[in-house]
Design a protein around this ligand. Structure first.
Ligand code: ADP
Ligand code: MN
Ligand code: MN
Ligand code: MN
Length: 331
């Protein structure tokens, strides 16, 4: 049997890492080899010693090529077999193991913007669309743009067995969201990368490019975030609301550290004008979408559940945001 195995990894691009992938033909799905690549072309090695290694860490069916083909998520190692500095997954592995007894769960809301020929999808050739308002969760050809790709992406995520939770059209035309979760940190972060990969890849077919840039259009338009929802077993059990408040208190103390690691360009997005408060402030509140951290309505009512960190950018590294939240809230 000839299987096309698409090896996917995170590169060393600055200021925001990108996904890379290449295809290896294999015959045994249970024996996926390590594979080298040219790190000097991905910002991961100097030219005179350019070999890096891809180590397969999670495999799902490839819904684009169909059976028996595979998507193979990899960690990057350097030529000596040590964890590459860009390999943030390795750090999360350690942290997740350390706090596994608290049974942490995450759910990440991935916002993104579709572009075609340099303009957000659905934007007029000249000038601007109507102001924000009708587009969020909109229905109808005058309200939403790109649904064909969105539906294809949703189907692809389901076929790949990803933990996809839902989708919605966002506040700016051409902007959408999907959510990955609810699950343990490593699984959710890995699945988020598979879902991003599928989105970029399906976009090729539609000649739509996807950007995770946090402020794709200047002016009075919402940016793109990656709200990160979090709970531990104690938060989900009776009396959990007090544990949630305790965790939010810890987040407040390390606000600066989190902001610095929540994605490039965060100060362009968190201005205080478009949901979520100014990046220099930390606010939290029940049902408050203008806060840094929000406790959802149902959670306040039930007295237990989870909370939402609204600060992360769409371009955040899912291994970094989950690791920092674990380190800050669970320690
Ligand atoms: P919003 O109202 O902020 O737009 P969404 O419906 O888009 O929220 O997303 C809710 C997110 O919350 C999902 O990613 C889901 O996985 C996550 N979530 C739900 N319950 C929990 C929980 N107990 N712990 C962690 N995350 C959760
Ligand atoms: Mn959402
Ligand atoms: Mn959203
Ligand atoms: Mn949200």
């Amino acid at each position: 049997m000839k299987i096309k195995a698409e090896y996917i990894w995170v590169d060393g691009s600055e200021p925001t890492r990108k996904l890379r992938s290449k295809t290896r033909i294999v015959s045994d799905p249970d024996d996926l080899p390590e594979w080298g690549f040219d790190g000097s072309s991905t910002g991961q090695a100097p030219g005179n010693s350019s070999d890096c290694a891809l180590r397969p860490v999670r495999v799902v069916p490839d819904p684009i090529r169909g059976e028996p083909h595979l998507l193979v998520l990899c960690e990057v190692y350097d030529a000596n077999g040590t964890v590459h500095p860009t390999n943030t997954r390795a750090l999360l592995r350690d942290t997740a193991a350390r706090f596994a007894d608290q049974e942490p769960w995450f759910g990440i809301e991935q916002e993104y913007t579709m572009f075609r020929r340099g303009r957000p999808l659905g934007w007029p050739e000249n000038g601007y669309p109507a102001p924000q308002g009708p587009f969020y969760c909109g229905v109808g050809a005058d309200e939403v743009f790109g649904r064909k790709l969105v539906e294809e992406h949703l189907d692809a995520c389901l076929s790949a067995g990803l933990l996809i939770y839902g989708i919605n059209a966002e506040v700016m035309p051409g902007q959408w969201e999907f959510q990955i979760g609810t699950g343990d940190p490593l699984l959710v972060a890995d699945h988020l990368l598979f879902a991003r990969y599928l989105l970029y890849r399906l976009g090729e077919k539609h000649e739509i490019s996807i950007t995770l840039f946090p402020k794709p259009v200047r002016g009075d338009w919402n940016g793109a975030g990656a709200h990160t929802n979090f709970s531990t077993r104690a938060m989900r059990e009776e009396g959990g609301l007090a544990v949630i408040h305790e965790a939010i208190g810890k987040l407040e103390k390390r606000h600066q550290l989190h902001i610095e690691n929540y994605g490039h360009g965060i100060e362009q997005r968190l201005t205080g004008l478009h949901e979520t408060c100014d990046y220099r402030q930390f606010k939290y509140g029940a049902s408050n979408r203008g806060a840094s951290v929000r406790i959802p309505l149902g959670v306040t009512a039930e007295g237990r559940g989870y909370f939402e960190d609204r600060r992360p950018n769409a371009n955040v590294d899912p291994y970094v945001v989950t690791r920092l939240m674990l380190e800050t809230c669970c320690a």
